[in-house]
Design a protein around this ligand. Structure first.
Ligand code: NDP
Length: 417
């Protein structure tokens, strides 16, 4: 069962339908069931999949509604492709029903002014040293409960986190005895022709990008001002781009799961127009996540902004160019220093031709299907809560090649200073 039918879910569901030997039945559920019905009709009209597709209406903020739906559909796995706000309610419902859970983004609360959440958040900022609204502690706290229930939760199977984390496990398994540094580079060389639009959910995207940056070094977090650290990098098949250091969720899990790693950084490319628009929106208060009164009713500015911006799912036909996302590793093998880069290049228009979406949805939706397949087929199993780098990377890496995200290992990569 897939919760959500937005940009990412539409790709993941079409890929599940292509992989009908594993996904013989798919239930698509969100609050707007008409969107789920439209996708079901599209897949059925193509006539290529033997998956039986059903749809349902569910508000995933309600654990009771989710439990009722899971009990009636009886899925093997629930793939959560709603928003990070729903991670905990969906995890609770899976736990109550004894069903495996998979997602692509870690928990963050919808209202960051909520005093109860804020207290825990502020304590974490002090203890951990990073101020992002999202972190893994909320979901890692389910470890014992999932273990006791004998079910699996897989966190973060998109591209980043997800593929970048599996790349890291693969690098450690096949190329290094010890990884010292990881630089994750996320480049979108695509152009959609709008002055300003985000490639995935605007609310989540703008929250992430406008926050402080941070990186992991020698056992602790180093925090930076938003966009403080800038580098230029020449990306294969894309060209020279400006990229900026951001806080990103896989840094937190890789710091825990890659033994002895000394530094982990995450960079994302942005054009000047995007940054200028974002700064202006931030300056006028449009990125605020707390409710404000407007003409007698409460509105949340960032949600209002989302309503004005192009729907990321509609960018497919107009986006041209390529993404290049991957990781540079340094470390040692057999006593010798080495550096490698593992990356994927994905073409926006090729994605559009295949599934009607741009490459950001594609590069997230395909790994969401693959992570779910790993659980469905038992290639990844275990009771508890896991990040993807904790499993054997080989079957996942093979599946990336097979299902549309082929990767390359460069043993002489251009480094980031
Ligand atoms: P969209 O906003 O396009 O879609 C979100 C979907 O969630 C919609 O279909 C919406 O449907 C559904 N939804 C929202 N609230 C609820 C609710 N209360 N109950 C049920 N369904 C709900 O988002 P994207 O597809 O762009 O992103 C999906 C997820 O993927 C996000 O968590 C995002 O952070 C993550 N992501 C991960 C990446 C990675 O590489 N790891 C990269 C990009 C995105 P409706 O309104 O009808 O309920």
């Amino acid at each position: 069962m897939v919760i959500g039918c937005g940009g990412v879910a539409q790709v993941a569901i079409q890929k599940c339908a292509q992989n009908d030997a594993v996904f013989s039945e798919i239930c698509i559920a969100s609050r707007t069931v008409s969107k789920c019905d439209d996708l079901k009709k599209k897949i059925e009209a193509e006539g290529k999949s033997r998956s039986k597709i059903t749809t349902a209406k569910v508000n995933a903020d309600s654990v009771d509604e989710l439990i009722a739906l899971i009990k009636s559909v009886k899925p093997d796995v629930v793939l959560n492709l709603a928003l990070p706000y729903q991670d905990l309610t969906i995890m609770d419902a899976c736990l109550a029903c004894g069903v495996h859970y998979v997602d692509s983004a870690n928990y963050e609360p919808e209202n960051t002014e909520d005093p109860e959440w804020r207290k825990i958040y502020e304590k974490r900022c002090k203890e951990q040293g990073f101020t992002a609204y999202f972190d893994y502690s909320w979901q890692w706290a389910y470890q014992k409960k999932y273990k006791d229930a004998g079910i699996t939760a897989i966190l973060g199977t998109g591209f980043d986190p997800g593929v970048t984390s599996v790349f890291s496990a693969y690098a450690l398994k096949h190329y290094f005895d010890q990884i010292d540094t990881i630089d994750i580079l996320d480049c979108n060389g695509g152009d959609h022709g709008y002055p300003f639009a985000t490639n995935f959910n605007p609310e989540i995207n703008l929250r992430e990008v406008s926050a402080n940056g941070s990186y992991w070094e020698n056992g602790h977090w180093v925090e930076t001002k938003p966009m403080e650290i800038k580098r230029e990098y020449n990306f294969e098949q894309v060209g020279m781009k400006d990229m900026y250091l951001l806080h990103h969720e896989e840094i937190e899990s890789l710091a825990k799961n890659i033994p002895g790693v000394k530094r982990i950084r995450f960079f994302m490319t942005f054009g000047q127009s995007y940054l200028t628009h974002m700064k202006c929106l931030e300056n006028v208060g449009m990125l605020r996540t707390d409710p404000v009164m407007f003409e007698g009713r409460e509105i949340v500015p960032i949600q209002f902004l989302k309503a004005l911006l192009p729907d990321p799912a509609s960018l497919g036909p107009r986006t041209v160019g390529k993404t290049n996302i991957g990781c540079i590793y340094t470390g040692t093998k057999d006593g010798k220093k080495r550096a490698i880069k593992i990356y994927n290049v994905c073409d926006h228009q090729e994605c559009y031709k295949e599934v009607g979406s741009q490459a950001i949805s594609y590069t997230t939706g395909v790994p969401a299907m693959i992570g779910t397949m790993m659980v469905m087929t038992g290639q990844w199993k275990g009771a508890g809560v896991f990040n993807v780098e904790e499993f054997d990377p080989d079957p996942y890496m093979e599946a990336l090649n097979k299902w549309g995200l082929p990767w390359v290992v460069d043993e002489n990569p251009v480094m980031v200073d």
